[in-house]
Design a protein around this ligand. Sequence first.
Ligand code: SAM
Length: 178
Amino acid sequence: VVNKNGAVIASAVTNLDLHDISRAAVTYGAKSLYVVTPLADQKTLVERLITHWTQGAGAIYNPARRKALQLVRVREDLEAVVEDIRRRSDRPLRPKTVVTSAKKRARAIGYHAFRRMLAEGQPYILMLGTAWGLAEELIEVADYTLAPISGPSDYNHLSVRSAASIILDRVMGNRDIA
Ligand code: SAM
């Protein structure tokens, strides 16, 4: 991800993001929520949190939270995520990457298109950023870029938690709503 000045950095993991995004992920049927960080202390912190809520006293205290946090896996880089997905998949397919950004970009795919792609059964990694967003070098090599979420205002800088929920609902949510 990048910082305010555009420099590539590794950000700290936000506890609230783990809880909120894992609940959205389990609700919409995502297979896993990967936290990607090369920072050893952040990796340890996330693993401790997950263990508490999935195996510790927290698992008994709140089974719904347990179910959501069981989806969280920590990996040091994207290649490790790709390998993990390949290893766990019945079909030896390399997952395709789909990056997200608040910025409008050329050749972005829309939500209907991504929904149709998901229905075909190919594995996808939906990538969301923290800090000031995903690094440009990552966006450039991704298989697809998703169009930004927008509303009627000219403000569209959502928190990663909100963006994750909105995207999951658009591409995996039931469409039989009133
Ligand atoms: N510190 C911030 C927070 O409160 O979560 C992190 C901001 S980070 C830039 C938010 C991430 O959510 C982006 O990298 C992108 O993945 C996604 N995002 C935010 N706004 C978006 C939009 N309008 N359309 C699509 N994705 C968006």
